[in-house]
Design a protein around this ligand. Sequence first.
Ligand code: SAH
Length: 671
Amino acid sequence: MDTAADRRRNMVELQLRRRGVVDAQVLHAMGDVPREQFVPESARPSAYDDAPLGIGQGQTISQPYIVARMIEAARLTPAARVLEIGTGSGYAAAIMARIAAHVDTVERHGALANAAARRLAGLGLSNVDVHIADGTLGWPDGAPYDAIIAAAGGPRIPDNWIAQLAPGGTLVMPLGALHSRQTLVRVVREANGRLTRDDLGEVMFVPLIGEHGWEDPRAPNMSPAARAFADAALPLPDIDDPDFAEWVDRFADCKVVLLGESSHGTSEFYRARARATQRLIERHGFSIVAVEADWPDAAAIDRYVRQRPGLGGSQSVQSVDSSTEAFAPFSRFPTWMWRNTEVAAFVQWLHGYNAQRPALAHAGFFGLDLYSMKASMASVLAYLDKVDPAAAAEARQRYACLDPWRQRPSVYGRAVLSGAYSACEDAVIAQLQSLRAQRIDYGSHGFEDYFDAAQNARLVASAEQYYRLMYYGAAASWNLRDTHMFDVLTRLLDAHGQQARAVVWAHNSHIGNAAATAMGTDRDELNIGQLCRQRFGAHAALIGQDTYTGTVAAASDWDGPMEIKRVLPARTDSYAFIACEAGVPRAFVDLRANVASASAALRAALMTPHQERFIGVIYRPDTERVSHYARAVLPEQFDAWIWFEETTALTPLPAATENAGGMPETWPFGL
Ligand code: SAH
């Protein structure tokens, strides 16, 4: 059987040389570049056929002979700077990059451009840059060019191209009516500025679509933003497809990757996040998964996935008044937020992943949130009972201050405010300080357990302040909570060493830069995303997820039961509406500025503020507008966005309280 190299040699002989292609550089480059790598898997056997081939998105890779003719006509020199319009598969760009000094290639379809960029990089071609943009505008940043080659046919020669052509430069493009044969023309800009033109024969190219080309044939009333979205979006395969999370590779160098969600009850968001996280752990060395759950609850999962023994080997901890209580992780409202089959599947995966690796290569699971004052106090006491019983007695006295509110800490703030009780602030801070003072001593019994206890003591101190601040206004307590979560994240990173990198799972409202939303501009609220942006700059990836409609798991009131609710179609003035209009059912969009794999046109189109929907654990469709929507500037809020046109409610696991009475909680161990 012929090898690819044989078929390539035949192609050069029979399709090129015999038909009159004489340029030795072109023949050499085409005999070299593996064309089979530029066509879809299924078309590989036909890669060297004497014909154009489909490459997806209704686009084609040109016939080898036409590629050779055009490049030959452009008379490239080794010093030439080249602009190609219509990257397509990237094949022609690869040939030109073999001949010329530098190639800029522009493609309007984000998915094609990204795939081409990967192929070109895979071949080690570092002198070609792929840009997602409307190529009828040329690429002003790289001008002037010695050659401009268009692989799509337009009605006239765009003025910008002529303007971007160096004196003596050559332009080759198909010219002619839509849906008919075109004439391949060559225009040379003489040194004196004069243009000369000659015709090179008939060709048949796909249309050049853009401002100075043909009109987009899609729904003529589609908004420009939706059009930009459709062009730039990377369509995603099914979530279970092995390549689903390939997009996350572009954030592999980040210190923190934050993965958001526009509701706490949507299966797709959890599963997409899990897939991206697995990839960051497996391929890119991330070792911390930090989620919007309470520290002690997540610690139960962490002990399971890293196979660390619990305190005293059981889940029971002694409470402040020395009575033994079973601690059931994830038993407070809203239980479905973490007790669901989607999270359980990830936990099982992480358990299995770690089991095959030495402890130092394990990835851990941690909680950033602060709603576990009671369990955290109990954890601190259980720890001290083990390592320093005298200190435990002292801690019991300090925490006794908060004892009356252990069950309902939210009442604490009101009691302090009314003056009936003095605040427990001094006591909880003293407890944290006394634990920290023993860092070296306690740490010698095991750093992990010490770190866990110190985090719990810190949580108690933050929670005490949180419940007091609640009565001064939403912004103050929100900011304290997000600052606490950011603080836990940075402590985790510090504790795991210089190279440590983390994935964060939380709601979009915590992860999208608050400064770019009404939270920041109207309410002075900050969040983890904003703090990460400030601390880590471009090494923090802020990634949101959103949907147009479907079902969601949520309650109608705080402490109410979980219901499966219908998610109303998104408002017409929302970002979700734009994405829905674009008609891509699942997509990834890169929104970053000045990044080659992102579309500047999409970013510009989305910079106009729009509404965004925030569904937490409560969803009230009837008052949706006031209770769930807020204004945002999406490209400033997120670096990237994962889009699902239709989503479904997650599947909850039985709540802890439904387990046999008094039995220690077994989740996730019992699964
Ligand atoms: N040179 C390519 C073949 C390209 S086919 C190869 O070797 O595979 C033409 C390409 O031009 C298509 O991918 C199409 O999406 C793109 N295109 C059409 N109009 C464009 C425009 N205004 N700007 C950039 N690319 C455009």
